[in-house]
Each structure stands twice: as structure tokens, then as C-alpha cells.
Design a protein around this ligand. Structure first.
Ligand code: FAD
Length: 416
């Protein structure tokens, strides 16, 4: 086989890299290898439409099988890559064979962070990352009457919303921090989501540290640090993920938080790229500095469809001879009940948050600034703000906090 591009991981990023190579005119072999035994699929519906009973699991597939054949993409699923021979330019599969590459794209994603408490291994404790896990959770939702969700981040809250929306069962969310989605949104949004979930019948318990799960083979209750015991027959854990980067350890390209890549998404070995959830990359939005010359601290690993797709496109372009530094505006969304929260930029490094719109009407945005420079915008049911925000952030258009709050100012007129 002539060595071409091997893509390790057939998730959102790996699929997009294969597709963009073909649409970009790449004529060599493209081999897309994934350990899950399914056609590449989208994860967002797993906690939303599928979990709420509105979408079939098969509908999560990114493309039908025929697509890969017609685009000459060698798709190998149900196969794990267990090693990379950097000098010999090949990957080793668990089944024993090796596949040579000229260029390797690492798109291995991330896996669930496990809850480190006694009882976490009991039957009835579930995590959600994969299609298999989603099907298992869905299968148990129907019969569950006391659902405990551990973690008040996106996945936990989406699961709580889907569980409530699809049945009148008790749903309780435990979040260790004093507010919901604490890493990513302003306190005003955390409080708004707490209220909406509460109105919808989800019990939200903040500052709640889970210290154990108990049961006799199957989960029976959840124990908190303050001694409280909550009955539970289904426990859903969403406490974050860790990047799958063990393949890079021997090559020295694995870092503290993902494969370490430069602005072209290349590892130290320039023929090995890393993209998507597994890649820690330089990003001007990372620290709220928005500077052209990034400092070593301006690095981030982003878990989003946008990041996976845009990084895949960036790498495919480089492979077909059109390299450009990765510089896309990060964006993300989450659906809970009738709320669509869309986020543009990264608010982590920002020091001021300004509300635009009316929180009561469930339609508002929060504009984040760092030293008066716009760094991020989170929009709840205001999709037009989100689209404008992406353009403002991409172009570096000046916007003051006063302008952001002024509903008489049409943001679209800011020279976009
Ligand atoms: P993945 O999609 O994780 O794909 C990596 C693949 O590589 C996996 O299939 C893995 O099994 C495989 N793999 C790993 N190691 C190996 C190996 N050694 N050999 C072979 N294969 C390997 N993002 C949004 O922007 N909006 C949302 O609303 C949203 N909702 C989400 C809901 C859920 C339930 C989840 C889990 C994620 C959600 N995300 C959302 C995040 C988004 O899905 C991820 O950021 C995206 O899937 C990342 O794509 P990826 O290709 O980097 O990683």
C-alpha cells in the first residue's frame, strides 16, 4: 500500500479530516481508523435529541457507509491503534497488522473522567461519551424513578433536562462548585440556568461534594460530604473528560493536557498532526489577550464540534499544500429545555460581563471583556447576537461595554 494519510480516531475531527482531504483534492490514500464499531457519528444528539426520544440513534451517523466507498476513504472501525512507529512511519493495530503513513493525523478525542469515590463501579452508575453509553442510559431512563446527576456542566445539565422532559421522574443534580457550568459561563448565566432547571422540576444542589455511592450490586443511594443521603436508582456522571494521548507518550508529543501542537497543529514531528479534543494548541482567545504574538500561556484544549471541524479543515488544507495557522473563533452550543445557549470566544480570561437583552424573557446575551476588549459572547435564545459575535470576534471589531448593553444599537451596523 502506498503510504498516504492515516487518521487515528474516527470521530468528528477524524471524519472531517478525511472528508476535507478529498474535497481539497488530495489524491493519496486516506485511511480512517476508529475503535468504536460504528460509522463515524455526532456526539451532541446523544445527550439531547436522542436522549429526549426525538432522534433515532442511527440518525447520528455523519454519513452513510456508501459515502466512504465513493470518496475512496478506507474506513476501518472496531480497530484500536496501539502504537506509532515514528521512525518507521507506521501505526500498529491491536489486531496485529501495521499501516504505513506519510502523514499521520491524531484525532483520538477524549474519554470520561471517572468519579473517584467508593461505589462508582456499581451497576446503575453511567457516564456519557459514546453511542454505546447513550443507548445504555436511555434503556434505563424509562424505569428509573430517582435519577441523580453528578456534575452541573453541559453534559450533566443536558441529561437532567432530557430526563425530566421525557418523564415525570425525580432528577437531582449535584454540583461541587457554588454555581452551574462554573468553568465557562458568567454567574448571571449560572443563576439563570439554576432557576430554569428548578422551575422544570430538577433539584439543583450546589456545593455538593459526592463522597460515595452505595448499593448491593446495584446503586441504591448517593452520599454527600455533609452526611446527606439521597436515594438513587440511576446515577449519571458528567465530571469532564481527559484527552486520549497515550499513543504519543513514547514519541514525546503528549503533554500535560493533550498532544502538544504548534499553530499549524503539528506536533514536534511535522508529519504528525493532532486535532480536536485531544490537541492542546495555541489560541489567541485562550487567556483573553487576543494578541497577535501569543505567549506560552495562550494554549488551550477545546472540546467542541467547531474546534474539531475547523482544525480538521486546517490540517487537510496544509496536507494539500495550503498551510495556514489555525485561527478560528471558538464557538459552542448547548440545548436544555427550550433554551439554546450559544457561546462565541472564550470567556475564561475576561474581567467584565455585560448583559444585553431581557433575562426574564429568556432572551439575552452576555458580552465579556478583558481590559475593555471584547473576548466572548454567550447568547441565550438570541441567535442573531451569536452570529454577530462570531464576526466581531473574528475581525477584532471594537465594541465598548456600553455599546454592548445598548439595545438601540444595531450590532450588525458596526462595520461588519
Ligand atoms: P471524538 O468525537 O471523541 O472522537 C475520537 C474517536 O477516536 C473516538 O471514537 C475514539 O474511540 C477514537 N479513538 C481514540 N483512541 C483511539 C485509538 N487508539 N485507536 C482508534 N480509535 C481511537 N460539542 C459542541 O460543540 N456542542 C454540543 O452540543 C456538544 N454536545 C456534546 C454532547 C455529548 C454527549 C458529548 C460526549 C460531547 C458533546 N460535544 C458537543 C463535544 C463534541 O462532541 C466533541 O468536542 C467532538 O466530538 C470532538 O471530536 P473529536 O473527533 O476530537 O473526538
Amino acid at each position: 500500500m502506498t503510504p498516504g494519510v492515516v487518521i487515528a480516531g474516527a470521530g468528528q475531527a477524524g471524519f472531517q479530516a478525511a472528508m476535507s482531504l478529498r474535497t481539497g483534492g488530495y489524491e493519496g490514500t486516506v485511511t480512517l481508523i476508529g475503535e468504536e464499531p460504528y460509522l463515524p457519528y455526532q456526539r451532541p444528539p446523544l445527550s439531547k435529541g436522542y436522549m429526549a426520544g426525538k432522534q433515532d440513534i442511527e440518525a447520528t451517523a455523519l454519513r452513510p457507509e456508501a459515502y466512504y466507498k465513493s470518496h475512496l476513504i478506507d474506513l476501518i472501525v472496531g480497530e484500536t491503534i496501539v502504537g506509532i512507529d515514528g521512525a518507521g512511519r507506521s501505526v500498529q493495530l491491536a489486531s496485529g497488522s501495521g499501516i504505513p503513513f506519510e502523514t499521520l493525523v491524531l484525532a483520538t478525542g477524549a474519554r470520561n473522567r471517572m468519579l473517584p469515590v467508593p461505589g462508582a463501579e456499581l451497576d446503575g452508575v453511567h457516564y456519557l461519551r459514546t453511542r454505546d453509553e447513550a443507548v445504555k442510559i436511555k434503556g434505563r431512563l424509562e424505569a428509573a424513578s430517582n435519577i441523580v446527576v453528578i456534575g452541573g456542566g453541559f453534559i450533566g445539565l443536558e441529561l437532567a433536562a432530557a430526563a425530566r422532559a421525557s418523564g415525570s421522574r425525580s432528577v437531582t443534580v449535584f454540583e461541587a462548585q457554588p454555581r452551574l457550568m462554573p468553568r465557562v459561563v458568567a454567574p448571571v448565566i449560572s443563576e439563570f440556568y439554576r432557576q430554569v432547571h428548578t422551575e422544570q422540576g430538577v433539584a439543583i444542589v450546589l456545593g455538593a461534594m459526592v463522597t460515595g455511592i452505595r448499593g448491593d450490586g446495584t446503586v441504591r443511594d448517593v452520599l454527600l460530604a455533609d452526611g446527606t443521603v439521597y436515594p438513587a436508582d440511576l446515577v449519571l456522571v458528567g465530571i469532564g473528560v481527559i484527552p486520549n494521548q497515550e499513543l504519543g507518550e513514547r514519541l514525546g508529543i503528549a503533554g500535560a493536557n493533550g498532544f502538544v501542537v504548534n499553530e499549524y497543529l503539528q506536533t514536534e514531528d511535522e508529519r504528525i498532526y493532532a486535532i480536536g479534543d485531544c490537541a492542546e494548541h495555541p489560541n489567541r482567545f485562550a487567556s483573553g489577550r487576543f494578541a497577535a504574538n501569543l505567549s506560552p500561556g495562550d494554549r488551550v484544549r477545546i472540546e467542541s464540534v467547531q474546534n474539531a471541524v475547523d482544525q480538521a479543515r486546517c490540517v487537510a488544507a496544509a496536507i494539500v499544500g495550503k498551510p495556514a495557522p489555525y485561527d478560528a473563533v471558538p464557538w459552542f452550543w448547548t440545548d436544555q429545555f427550550d433554551l439554546k445557549l450559544q457561546m462565541a470566544g472564550l470567556s475564561g480570561g475576561c474581567d467584565e460581563a455585560v448583559v444585553r437583552g431581557d433575562i426574564e424573557s429568556h432572551k439575552f446575551s452576555v458580552f465579556y471583556f478583558k481590559e475593555s476588549h471584547l473576548g466572548a459572547v454567550d447568547s441565550v435564545n438570541r441567535p442573531a447576537d451569536h452570529m454577530v459575535a462570531r464576526k466581531l470576534l473574528a475581525g477584532g471589531t471594537r465594541l465598548t461595554p456600553d455599546q454592548a448593553a445598548d439595545l438601540n444599537l444595531n450590532l450588525k451596523e458596526l462595520g461588519l
